[in-house]
Design a protein around this ligand. Structure first.
Ligand SMILES: [Zn+2]
Ligand SMILES: [Zn+2]
Length: 366
């Protein structure tokens, strides 16, 4: 049987918590990590109705996109829906987990799923994140170089875009003198030693630092491993906000709106005025994405599909692109399927169920 921790570790390997925004509260919000999982209920929002549904369907773990608890809870007496949801979960031994802006930030996450839904190709991150990559430099005797590299690659280092096992090495001379209670792999106590070594450089995503260093120490023959870690300024093409991709062929604006409505299952689209141009390059951001308008403009998108645009922000399109505000819930609801697909293929020993409760707090009178 799997524990809640098995599930959360799997999800956090995919969408590391370190990629969440500073205001966020992704992770295990309620529950005991060691508890065995009966079944999992996947939802966009966690509400009291969702906890009831979990109870009815024999689920003791709810995986939601939006965290039910955002700010600190100082009292827990049921005066609002957040407290009532948490109390109900605690009383019924139901764990609450949120995979939020960390899932918005990974390439195959929320926006990757929207891109798939819209049939986009050549999909890239719209605003790649900086400072999420590190470089490891280490020094290895020539003979042990391949074993160390293999271990580093296995821990997730050396991946650049679609290329794996990337590294650079230069040959040089390492020198050291073992002292005190040292038990050196090469050389003798208190005698200066010189060894032909490779200086190896590899990059890796910052959240993998612990795993990469552990692999280094295990594979490296030396008692004391010399290494440097550097935080890189590079932007990480695999991590960041929003996405941009291309439609298989250009569409008239009217055909595009019809297409968007049917693909995303929409009742209504709020959009800026038509420009009498065809559209093909589509920027997207599930949820509140107006902060990415400048990135969509910079990358010359024809359309920006997102939600929660305010009245005055629509003017900022400056007729350079068409903003399509499709609603927050509507833009992210396919995240449920994405989560359930990933969990189902990795955990055949329990059922992952899609919530049937419509949690959209916004209703339309049309
Ligand atoms: Zn989101
Ligand atoms: Zn959202």
């Amino acid at each position: 049987m799997s524990t809640i921790q098995d599930v959360t570790s799997f999800l956090e390997k995919w969408a590391p918590l370190a990629y969440q925004e500073s205001y966020d509260n992704a992770g295990l919000i309620v529950g005991d990590p060691q508890q065995k999982v009966k079944n999992v209920l996947v939802t966009l929002d966690c509400t009291e109705a969702i906890v009831d549904e979990a109870l009815q369907r024999d689920c003791n773990l709810i995986v939601a996109h939006h965290p039910i608890v955002f700010k600190g809870l100082k009292q827990l007496n049921g005066k609002n829906y957040v407290e009532r949801t948490v109390i109900k979960a605690l009383k019924n031994d139901i764990a609450l987990y949120a995979i939020h802006t960390n899932l918005d930030s990974v390439k195959g996450g929320v926006n990757g799923r929207i891109a798939q839904q819209l049939g986009l190709s050549s999909v890239r991150i719209l605003a790649p994140k900086r400072q999420t990559l590190e470089k490891l430099t280490t020094f290895v005797p020539v003979e042990q170089t391949s074993q160390v590299l293999e271990a580093l690659y296995a821990a997730g280092a050396g991946q650049i875009g679609e290329y794996k096992n990337c590294s650079f090495r230069t040959l040089g001379t390492g020198s050291f003198t073992p002292t005190g209670s040292a038990d050196p792999f090469l050389g003798k106590l208190n005698q200066p030693e010189e060894v032909e070594e490779y200086r190896i450089e590899v990059i890796f995503p910052a959240p993998l630092e612990g795993r990469v260093l552990q692999a280094l120490r295990q594979a490296h023959p030396y008692e004391e491993v010399a290494y440097y870690l550097h935080q890189l300024e590079n932007s990480n093409q695999e991590v960041g906000s929003g996405a941009i991709g291309t439609l298989p062929e250009p569409l008239s604006e009217n055909d595009w709106l019809v297409y968007l409505k049917s693909r995303m299952n929409l009742k209504v689209i709020r959009h800026t005025e038509l420009r009498n141009k065809t559209v093909q390059k589509i920027a997207i951001c599930g949820g509140s994405g107006s902060f990415l308008l400048k990135d969509a403009l910079r990358q010359q998108a024809d359309v920006f599909v997102t939600a929660d645009f305010k009245y005055h922000e629509f003017f900022d399109a400056e007729k350079q692109l068409m903003i399509c505000d499709i609603g927050h819930y509507e833009s992210e609801v396919f995240t449920k399927e994405l989560l359930s697909e990933r969990l189902t293929e990795n955990f055949p020993n329990f059922a992952t169920l899609l919530s049937k409760t419509d949690t959209n707090p916004v209703h339309y009178f049309v």
